[in-house]
Design a protein around this ligand. Structure first.
Ligand code: ADP
Length: 212
């Protein structure tokens, strides 16, 4: 179930439908429901804070829910409580602030997502490090996409010894106009190649500034 068909919720639904997942999409706003009625599997006008309505929709039999309400914190909190009380264990909830996220966690959300905060972090890394993409995980680990720095050009990866010198692992390489390939020790890097790198955040940041 996806609660709330704003920009975030509709993007979640769109991707799930593309993956072949059966989705029950709900929103209190009739216009939003109408907008997506033809696109998503089941689209219903309903209030996620209404326990009786949720039971009638079969919420206790669902496996997972995404509560994609951002700006209305009261509705977001009450929706998570209602779905949790209806017996759902796996609830992904969108939060707009750390405090909002903390409340959601306490009342039954199994996963809290901070889309704006995470995207802001990514853009900051892209801007400062010359990265074309950046993804941060827990425990100080990140994956980034960046141009290959000059010290790696025209030699195999084994020779640049990136892992020992920079504590970075090169996962994939992309030559302009070609798809990504897995990086192996024999892969020769050229000027203009893009790399997918993984490692600890400070190491990734340091390495990618060499290419900026
Ligand atoms: P976004 O920033 O992703 O567009 P919004 O917070 O603007 O997200 O949108 C949230 C959506 O959730 C709105 O379409 C709103 O009508 C819907 N919504 C709000 N409260 C409820 C509720 N109690 N039950 C179901 N849908 C709700």
């Amino acid at each position: 179930m996806v609660v709330g068909l704003g920009r975030f919720g509709s993007a979640v639904c769109e991707t799930l439908v593309r993956q072949g997942v059966e989705v029950l999409a709900i929103d209190v706003d009739n216009d939003r429901v109408q907008k997506y009625a033809d696109e998503f599997t089941h689209t219903v006008r309903a209030d996620a804070t209404d326990g009786e309505a949720m039971r009638q929709l079969g919420v206790p039999d669902l496996t997972k829910a995404v509560v994609a309400i951002g700006s209305d914190i009261e509705a977001s909190v009450l929706s998570v409580i209602t779905l949790s009380e209806a017996g759902l264990d796996t609830i992904y909830a969108k939060a707009i602030t750390r405090k909002h996220g903390k409340i959601l966690r306490t009342i039954g959300a199994s996963h809290v997502i901070y889309p704006e905060f995470v995207m802001g972090q990514r853009v900051a890394h892209m801007v400062t490090g010359g990265l074309s993409d950046y993804l941060e995980f827990e425990d100080e680990f990140a994956i980034a996409r960046s141009y290959a720095p000059a010290e790696t050009w025209d030699r195999p990866l084994s020779e640049s010894a990136i892992r020992t010198r920079h504590t970075i692992t090169v996962v994939g390489v992309k030559r302009p106009g070609q798809p990504f390939t897995y990086a192996v020790p024999e892969t020769i890097i050229h000027q203009g190649d893009e790399l997918v790198l993984s490692g600890r955040i400070p190491d990734v940041e340091r390495f990618t500034t060499l290419a900026a």
